[in-house]
Structure formats: C-alpha cells, structure tokens
Design a protein around this ligand. Structure first.
Ligand SMILES: *[C@@H]1O[C@H](CO)[C@@H](O)[C@H](O)[C@H]1NC(C)=O
Ligand SMILES: *[C@@H]1O[C@H](CO)[C@@H](O)[C@H](O)[C@H]1NC(C)=O
Length: 480
C-alpha cells in the first residue's frame, strides 16, 4: 500500500504540497477502493462522502486487515503542576494530550473535495482506549468534542486531561527534594498486536513547549522530561499491552522552607548557645533556656503545616528539628546541674580530694579557669594564718593568769574565752566558705567544659546534617 508514512505534522507547507501531489498522482495511478470521491469541492460533499465511508465504522479498528496493528503516536504537554500531596502520594497535573493515528486506506483529493483537513465530532470515529496507568481519580476537564482528519487519513486528536496520578514521592531530603513521577500510557484493552504506541515528537521539544506554556509558577519546577518504551518479549505479545512511559522530574523550590523553617531554627539554637554566657548562679539562665524551649515548641507547632508527612520515610528535616530541641533540652539540664552544684554546695561539705585534683587542677587548666593566686581563694588562708598567729597572743596572758585569781583576771579570762569561741566560729565559717568557693569553682569548670562539648557536638551534628543533605541532593541532581 503506497501511503506516505513520512507525512508527519512537522512537515513544512511546501513538503505537504509535494506529498499531496504525490498522493494525487498515486491515487490516480492505483485508484484504491478506499479513496473517497467528492461530488463537488465543498465541505458538504466531503462530509457526505465521509459519512458513507467511515462514520458507520466506530466499533472497529480502521484497518483493512485486522492483523495490521494501529500505530498511535502520542505526545503530551505539561500545562500545570497543580498539587503534590506527599501524604496521599498523589500528583495533580494538567496535561494536553495529542494522539495521532491513521485510518488505513482513507484519503481524498484535496482539490476535488475543496480541503485537506476537516474537523468532525469525536464520537463518529473509532478512538483508541489510551489510559494513564497511574490515574487514580476522576478526570475533571471541560468536554471537547472535535478531532481533525487529514486527507491522508491521519487523525489528530487533542484533548486536555486533569490527571490525579499516584507517584512515589520520596521526601527524605525535604525541602531539597527532587521527585520523579511517571505517566504510563497504554491501551486498556488492545494488546501490542493491535495497538502500538510511539513517541510523536522528541521529548526535548515536549519539555521546551511545556516550560513555555506552563502557567503555574508554584512550589514545583519542571526540570526534566524523559520518555521510555517498554520492550516486550515476543512470547508475551498476545497478552501484553504496549506501554509508553513519560517521566517528569520536578524540583521543589526550597526558599520558602529555608526562610521559614531552617533559618529560625538556626537563630534559636544560636541564642541558646549564647545563653551560656549568662551567669548560671542566678536562676536567670535556666528560665531563659526554658523560655527558649517553649518558644521553639510553639514554632514547631505553627510550622507543622509546612512539613510533609508520609508513612515510609522520615524527612531529614524532622531529625534536624529533633536535634535542635534535644540540644536545647540538654543545655537546660546542664544549667540545672550547674546551679545545683553551685547553690547547694553548702550542704555537701568539703570537695573530695580526687575531685579537687581532677577538676580544679587538670580540667580547670584545660578550660582556662584555674584560679590565680591573687584571687579571693587566698584571702581566707591569710585570715587563718593571721588568726593562727594570733593564738599564742591570746594564750600567753591566759597561762600567766593562772596564779592570779583577782576578779579582774577572772573577768579577763571570761572575755578571753568568749573571744576564743568567736574566733573558732569565724574560723569555721571561713573553712566552709572555702569549700563553698571550691564548689562554685567546680561548677564553673564543669559549666565551661560542657559548654565546649556543646559547641563541638552542635557543630559536628550540624555539619553532618548539611553534608547528608548535600550528598542526597547531589545524588538526585546528578540523575537529571
Ligand atoms: C471513486 O472514484 C473512482 C473512479 O474515479 C472509483 O474507482 C472508486 O471506486 C470511487 N470510490 C468510491 C468510494 O466510490
Ligand atoms: C526517573 O525514573 C526512571 C525510572 O526509574 C529513571 O529511568 C530515570 O532516570 C529517573 N530520572 C531521574 C532524573 O531520576
């Protein structure tokens, strides 16, 4: 059958003219039975002729021999990305679909019939039952009624589709995620022996065209489009449908999430970090940190709407938030510990020797908090030596006074006793003061030490997190 297969719609008008000429020549030569004849060059005559020849054959594939497969060329334009629902794993898109196929043997002479293209109601013709496998909800689009037939027998059927399709959405790297969703087209009923699919125009063109017409400039950005035909083994020919899969790759615009989620979190953690500079003795620091935790909880509660939820994977950002909260709680606990050490020290008695050696000597040097000799630490020492030196001064008259027991002496002795007991009291007081001082010093050392560890842990965990993000993002982006 001499039918010009090359007559695609990308051909220029000149080429079309040439092809039409060829067809006229060929049809004149061969005069196949399916060529329709118009009585006059008007649409009425053409319609009458079409009605007689093809309109009554909607039930059957337009082929002469049913062993011949019908080849459907398919192209689509992504007009809009309406919604990506991570929880339901659904993608809502608006597509324009173009289907092209041939009515085998149909042709007419454009000169004789007055036109080379005519639009006719869709329901007058056989149409392929092409479906999208991922379709999971009803198609809500305005009804369209017409399709075009060319004088070569080619049928062009264009229609819109509101596709709610299932898509495996992986939100591990949210908000820096890239999604790869597929549209698998196949005939619902016809096997590959009857209906075959092919790609109507290069996918790069489809991508360009889609980017040109796309109206929604929302959260998602179309970055790539791929098409793939599935090979079907010969032994499964009589049961398999011919499938054609289009992949669309979408990238999330992350700015909103960075501004609304990540930056505030980082700010709050920074405030928490700097609150270590507040003196821990005052209850200020702990209440400050408590307020921070409260604030962060409220922040998370408010921002919960922005976070995607799915059952299968926990996004990295949730781990990030948990980490921030855990760090804040840990720093509050640390403050409570320090306050306990410093304020409750009077009940603890003197600091154990090992603790003195370990904390006040070694660790204090490590965190640059060793006491300078001129500090108040030495003051009680001086006091004691002074008082110690004073002891014999008080004692000497006492020993001499044993022999004289005049009332004046007795009075003096009484006063001396009283003075001694006062001195002992003061001595004791200085001693506890010294141990309290040691506890305070211990608290400072531990505080500084844990602060250092906090900084190290914070940096390491943040860097790890961002490296993981970067790694996954690069891995996804490298596939594009
Ligand atoms: C169209 O006309 C040709 C001769 O001009 C004839 O052979 C052919 O059978 C006609 N076709 C139809 C469908 O009547
Ligand atoms: C999308 O998925 C298909 C099939 O798994 C794969 O061939 C393609 O490379 C993927 N594209 C991207 C960008 O991940």
């Amino acid at each position: 059958m001499a039918r010009p297969q090359a007559a695609g719609f990308t051909a220029s008008p000149l080429q079309l003219q040439l092809i039409n000429c060829c067809i006229i020549m060929l049809s004149l030569l061969i005069q196949s039975a399916e060529t329709i004849n118009c009585s006059e060059p008007t649409s009425d005559a053409l319609l009458t002729a079409l009605k007689k020849n093809i309109f009554d054959k909607t039930e059957i594939r337009p082929v002469i021999n049913l062993r011949t497969p019908t080849n459907i060329s398919l192209a689509f334009t992504l007009y809009g990305i309406l919604d990506v629902d991570e929880k339901a794993q659904k993608l809502k898109t608006y597509l324009w679909l173009n289907l092209l196929w041939d009515i085998e043997g149909l042709s007419w002479d454009p000169v004789e019939c007055g036109t080379d293209t005519i639009s006719i109601p869709r329901k007058q013709l056989w149409r392929p039952d092409i479906v999208i496998n991922e379709f999971i909800d009803e198609n809500k689009v305005p009804d369209t009624y017409y399709l075009y037939i060319k004088n070569t027998g080619k049928v062009m059927d264009d229609f819109p589709m509101h596709v709610i399709s299932s898509c495996n959405l992986d939100i591990y790297t949210f908000p820096f995620d890239i999604q790869n969703c597929s549209f698998t087209f196949n005939s619902y009923q016809h096997t590959i022996l009857d209906v075959q699919l092919s790609i109507a125009r290069p996918v790069v063109k489809s991508l360009e065209y889609s980017l040109g017409v796309m109206k929604t400039k929302g959260e998602w950005e179309l970055v790539e489009m791929l098409a793939q035909k599935h090979a079907i083994p010969p032994q499964e020919m009589n049961i398999s449908r011919d499938r054609l899969t289009y992949y669309i790759v979408l990238r999330r615009r992350a700015t909103l999430y960075v501004v609304n989620l990540l930056i505030p979190s980082c700010f709050l953690i920074t405030v928490d970090l700097f609150s270590f500079l507040l003196p821990p003795q005052n209850v200020d620091r702990s209440s400050f940190k408590m307020t921070l935790i409260l604030g962060y909880t409220v922040f998370l509660l408010l921002m919960n709407d922005l976070l995607p939820v799915t059952g299968n994977t926990l996004p990295l950002i949730n781990a990030f938030f948990s980490l921030c909260l855990a760090l804040m709680v840990a720093s509050l606990l640390e403050t409570i510990l320090i306050i306990n050490i410093q304020c409750g020290s009077s009940d603890y008695g003197p600091l154990p020797r090992w603790a003195k050696v370990l904390f006040l000597n070694y660790l204090a040097k490590l965190v640059f908090l060793s006491k300078k000799p001129s500090d108040q630490n030495w003051d009680p020492e001086e006091h004691r030596t002074e008082t110690k030196r004073c002891d014999p001064v008080v004692d000497t008259p006492q020993s001499e006074a044993v022999h004289n027991t005049t009332p004046t002496h007795q009075e003096l002795r009484k006063i001396s006793h009283e003075l001694l007991s006062i001195r002992q009291q003061i001595d004791k007081h200085f001693k506890t003061d010294e141990s309290a001082d040691e506890w305070v010093h211990l608290g400072q050392v531990i505080d500084r030490l844990l602060f250092g560890m906090y900084i190290v842990f914070l940096s390491v965990s943040f860097i790890t997190m961002f490296v993981i993000w970067q790694y996954w993002y690069n891995k996804q982006a490298s596939l594009i």
